[in-house]
Design a protein around this ligand. Sequence first.
Ligand SMILES: *[C@@H]1O[C@H](CO)[C@@H](O)[C@H](O)[C@H]1NC(C)=O
Ligand SMILES: *[C@@H]1O[C@H](CO)[C@@H](O)[C@H](O)[C@H]1NC(C)=O
Ligand SMILES: *[C@@H]1O[C@H](CO)[C@@H](O)[C@H](O)[C@H]1NC(C)=O
Length: 304
Amino acid sequence: MVHGLELGLGCFLWLLICCKVAAQTDTQPRIINGSVARVEETRHLVSIRLRKHDNNFGSGHICGGALIAANKVLTAAHCLYNNGRKRYRRPSELIVVMGTLNRYEHPNGTIVSEVSSMAYMNTFSPDSMRDDVGVLFLRKGLIRPNPFSVAPIQLARQVTPAGRVCQVAGWGRTEQSTLSNILMTANVSTIREQTCRSIYKSGLLPGMMCAGRLQGGTDSCQGDSGGPLVHEGRVIGVVSWGYGCAEPGLPGVYVDVQYYQQWIDERSGVARSRTSPGLGLSFSLLLGLLTFTATIQYSCRYKR
Ligand SMILES: *[C@@H]1O[C@H](CO)[C@@H](O)[C@H](O)[C@H]1NC(C)=O
Ligand SMILES: *[C@@H]1O[C@H](CO)[C@@H](O)[C@H](O)[C@H]1NC(C)=O
Ligand SMILES: *[C@@H]1O[C@H](CO)[C@@H](O)[C@H](O)[C@H]1NC(C)=O
C-alpha cells in the first residue's frame, strides 16, 4: 500500500491537493465518521464563502477557518487561491460567516462579515502545498464579545506530542453528502512525525503534520480545508490535504500552527480594517512588500 502510494504521490500530487476545498461540481469526500458539533466547542469556527455563490445563504461555502482575534481568521492559503485561474481571490469575493452551526441558517447572533484584506506567504505553492497558511481580516468581525455563539480561540504555542486526541470540525463532505448542512466534528489523534514521513515521504514538508486514525475511518475531507485542529482548547493545526479521505494508513495532513505562530502573530489587519478599501489595499500592499507576504488583489474562481 505504501509503495503504491509512493508512486501515486509522484503522479497524483495534484489530486491530493484538491482534496479538501469544497467544489460545487465535485462529488467526493468530508468530516468522515463525525458527530454533530456543539456550540460550546466550536464558537471559533467560521464558514468562508464565495459571495457570488452565497445568494442562497450557505451555498457559497468553500472552506472553514478559525477566529483567532476579533477580526482575524486563520485558514489555509489554498482557500484563498483560485486554482482554475492560477491566482489569488480578491478579498471582495469572500464573505465570512460565524455563529451558526447550520450553514443555511442565520439565527440571532450570526455574524456575516466582508473581508478587508488577507495574507499568505509568497512561498505558498498549490502544487506542493508548502506553507499552506493564510489569514483573513474581517471588516466587521466580532463587534462585542458574544460568548454564546462566537469567540476567538488561541493558537498552540508548543509542539503537541503524538497520540493526543484532538478535534477537527467542518461543513465538509460527509458519508452522505458533498457538504454537510450542520457543522460536524470528529476526534483524531496527532501522529508521530516519523510515521507521517514514512507514509508521505518527500510530500511531507516542514510546517506540515499528520493527524487522523491510522486504521482509517475518521478524517477531515473536502470542504473542511482551512478549519482548525484543536487540542485542549487551542488550535494546533489547519486542515490542508490528504490522500483521499479516511483511508487506512493515510492520515490527514495539517498545517502545523506552532511552526507558523510567529508569522501568524505578526500579521495585523487592525490598521487596515477601519480605512477605506483603497487605502486599506495600498497599505496592505506596502505591508506585504515589507514583510515578504502579499496581499491578494486578483480575481479568482473555484478549483476544479
Ligand atoms: C433576536 O433577538 C432579539 C432580542 O432578544 C429579539 O427581539 C428578536 O426577535 C430575535 N430575532 C429572531 C429572528 O429570533
Ligand atoms: C472525543 O474526545 C473527547 C476528549 O478526549 C472525549 O471526551 C469524547 O468522548 C470523544 N468523542 C468520541 C465520539 O470519541
Ligand atoms: C467512528 O468513530 C468511532 C469513535 O467516535 C470509532 O469507535 C469507530 O471505529 C469509527 N468508525 C469507523 C468506521 O472508523
